[in-house]
Design a protein around this ligand. Sequence first.
Ligand SMILES: Nc1ncnc2c1ncn2[C@@H]1O[C@H](COP(=O)(O)OP(=O)(O)OP(=O)(O)O)[C@@H](O)[C@H]1O
Ligand SMILES: [Mg+2]
Length: 292
Amino acid sequence: MQKPEQTRLLLFMESNTSSLVELRNLTFGYGERVILDDVSLRIPRGKVTALMGASGGGKTTILRLIGGQNRAQSGEMLFDGQDVTRMDQRQLYAARRRMGMLFQFGALFADLSVYENVAFPLHEHTDLPEALVRDIVLMKLNAVGLRGARDLMPSDLSGGMARRIALARAIALDPELVMYDEPFSGLDPISLGTAANLIRHLNDSMGLTSVFVSHELEETFSISDHVIILANGKIAAQGTPEEVRKSADPLVYQYVHALPDGPVRFHYPGVSVEDDFGVGAASPSVSPGAAA
Ligand SMILES: Nc1ncnc2c1ncn2[C@@H]1O[C@H](COP(=O)(O)OP(=O)(O)OP(=O)(O)O)[C@@H](O)[C@H]1O
Ligand SMILES: [Mg+2]
């Protein structure tokens, strides 16, 4: 039987350790332009988190803040309880060593074989003997089902295979946190399903914490524990897929139901339809007297 103090201590510890990443009242902009405005969000440890929202909303920016490539202007960017914003080069390097990243347009190195692509981070960041590097590379390739493709060059791979190799490369260093920026873009439904299941499976079998950016609603909701939707520089919704699906926020409703019109307008702002097509609409902009 646990004493009440023990229970309290455990609850306290859990609240401190349950998020691997936490943004607290974080504001970030490029120059004068604010991209994230007083944003607070958390990425739960050991879980799969999806980051969604309209294009240009700041999803890649958030991943870059986590990796310390972008520095917040105010607020906190906590990785395992430490503020990335205040880290010096050495601390940042150590933190990045614990993160794996699949970049948005993260092509493989075209002139390196599949094997060499996955071995690359191991050669860059460790001085492990080659025999061990080989075992790790083959293990990672096996995890994504492509051990047999080790000698192929990137130009010999389909888009779905290339994505899985990039996934293997992102987990080569056994990171605690893996960030995937649009891992599904351009994939056919089968490859998409395979990639989505892999993210879930790798997360659970390797004890990772995963965060991925995606626009694919159904696949995303089916593999995620936690969903965050960004809109207009703020968090529009955050919670389990079910909670987010039920959100009353009109923007979230439009997004999760994929409605073409709503708070996000279909039409680019301009003069009204009546002004353009109705009675008294402006005459053609080419004046009759203009030279042919
Ligand atoms: N280096 C930069 N300098 C200035 N503005 C930038 C820079 N990088 C991104 N931006 C702007 O910041 C905004 C957010 O960009 P970000 O790449 O985070 O969006 P995103 O949500 O990932 O979009 P997408 O879904 O299209 O990838 C965009 O409007 C973009 O133009
Ligand atoms: Mg992006």
